[in-house]
Structure formats: C-alpha cells, structure tokens
Write a protein that binds this ligand. Sequence first.
Ligand code: TYM
Length: 329
Amino acid sequence: MQRVFSGVQPSGALHVGNYLGAIRQWAIDQHRADSFYCVVDLHGLTAEHDPADLRQRTLETAIGLLAAGLDPDVCTLFVQSHVHEHAELTWLLECTATVGELSRMIQFKEKGDGRESVRAGLFTYPVLMAADILLYDADRVPVGDDQRQHVELTRDVARRFNSRYGETFVIPEAAVPKVAARVMDLQHPERKMSKSVDSPLGTVSILDPPDVVARKVAKAVTDTDGEMRYDPEAKPGLSNLIELLASATGRSIDDIVGSYDRYGPLKADASEALVSVLAPVRARYEEIASEREHVVSALEKGADKARSVASLTLRKAQEKIGLLVPGTF
Ligand code: TYM
C-alpha cells in the first residue's frame, strides 16, 4: 500500500487555497493509501508568533482538518511536536543539506526578504519539512504548487543521504492538483492566497458563511478589458475565478471559458460553487469543536501511531550516519 504524508501550518484560519490545493485531496487519499497528516506546529515557530495563539490555532487547525473530512479512524492525524523524532531527524538532515541549496528556496527569499533579523528556523524550515516526509517513508506528498520546491529538496537530501550512508529513505514525489494548485488572493491576484498575510477581503476562509463568500467573490479584482479568457499571466484575477469554479465543480477550464461572456455571471457561479463545497465543512466544524475531548484523544492516538513508524526510521538513520545507537553495539 502506498504511503502518503502531508502537513499544514497552524499559522491562521484554513482557506480555500489550502482546501482545494491540498486538503480535499488528503480526504480522498486517506481511503486509498496509508495516510499521515500533520499539524506542523514546529514550523509555526519560524515566523513571529504569540505562544497562546499558536496553541489555540494548532487545535483549531486540527478541528478544521477533521471538518474537512479527515477521519482519525482511517488516517493518522497528529501534531508535529508530539512526535519528537521530527526535530531529531532534522539535525541529521541539516548535516546533509547545504547552505547553498537552502539559499535557493523561493519561500525563504520571499518571506526572509534579505533581513538579517529573520529567525534561523525560517532558513532551515525546508529541512524540518524533509524530516516530516522522510520519517514516514512517504511515496506521495499531496501539496499545492508553492511546496513543490521543498519536496524537490527533500528528494535531493534523501538521495544524498542514501548514497553516502546506504539505503535509508524512500524518495517521495509531490502530487500537485491540475487546477487550483495556486489559488490567488482575490484582492491581489498577483500573489497567492495565504494564511499569514492579512487580506480580509482577499482570503476566503473555509468557515466563511455564504453571504461573506458571496461578498468577497463579488468584490474580487479582475480587469477592465471584459474579454473572457484563461490567462494567469495577463489576467490573473479572472483566471483565478475560473480555476476556483473549475476546482469546486469539476468542470474543465475550456468549458467554463466557453460558457460565459461576462464576468458577473461567472463570479456568481464561482461563489455559489464555493459555498456548496464549503457547506459541509462549516457544518461539521461547529459540531467537532464542541467535542474537544474527542479531538484531543484523536490527536493522542495519531501521535502514538506516528511515533511507532517515525522511531524506526529515525533509529535506522542514526545507525547509518554513524551514531552510537544504544542497543546496537
Ligand atoms: P501551508 O500550511 O502553507 O499550506 C498547507 C497546504 O496548502 C497548500 N496551499 C495552497 N494551495 C493552493 N493555493 C494556495 N493559495 C495555497 N496556500 C497553501 C500548500 O501547498 C500546502 O500543501 N511547508 C508546508 C507545511 C508542511 C508540509 C510538510 C507539507 C510542513 N511539513 C511535509 C507537506 C509535507 C506549508 O507551509 O504549508
């Protein structure tokens, strides 16, 4: 059976980019593969954060994932810091990755913006992500387009480790959806929709009520030439709405482009489609949030299962790299 791993940062409310770009696929994959999904709270320490907020958002993110359809009896859902192996394997991989390759990471360049004051963890962040994936021998990593380069780095580091120290890690592959792999901010369609950027009108949360979704989509920035065409470079706002509609309904981009000649009706259908995709998620969220003890016990069970897999991989890696592992000498 294939192994799947993916993760999400608890850096803010989950939005339709997270859902359509990644999490919806996780809910499907859990029935087809041995799936591990993780709320990556250690990654949440790489940018400025408030400790109490981080704790709260970690729990809310887990509730969001359950509401989005992850079933803790089917997949393994856990919080990254509950499995100490993630931080430990990171060190071995930091001594495998190079400063050169980490310096080429687009997300570091964008978020770091050349500032000396950014946390060192922001720089080494992709190595922690590599450890997440490699601990579980994952074959496939369902992610949005922005994580593609990090999965590539994971592959490079795993291959290097294997060739230096002997076969240890499975080489994973990124699985990126054909549409909605990069959902853009509705107000600033030249940048991606993001949990950590404050753009109240540009970001659609998975918990937004229908009237709020409708208002945000109606106000989405498009262009003034009025020409119905899918062209993410020249017409990013319109193309984003076309992709959202395609992703939410399963219709093809060509079909959508061929069936509208004005932006208004396209916006109306896009907002209706988003509302109906999000309706069951919203309905489940409140219910799950009211059963806090179930969430906590699901996460405990998930961490136990994750630890049982991660501890074996970590031990193997420690032995291969030359540590004096207790019980093996
Ligand atoms: P994060 O928390 O930013 O996003 C979670 C998932 O949502 C996808 N995503 C998007 N997809 C489409 N359009 C968007 N605007 C959009 N924004 C986010 C992301 O690609 C991601 O799949 N580093 C990761 C978390 C992580 C991880 C891992 C992922 C840590 N360890 C191991 C996979 C495997 C991140 O910050 O995702």
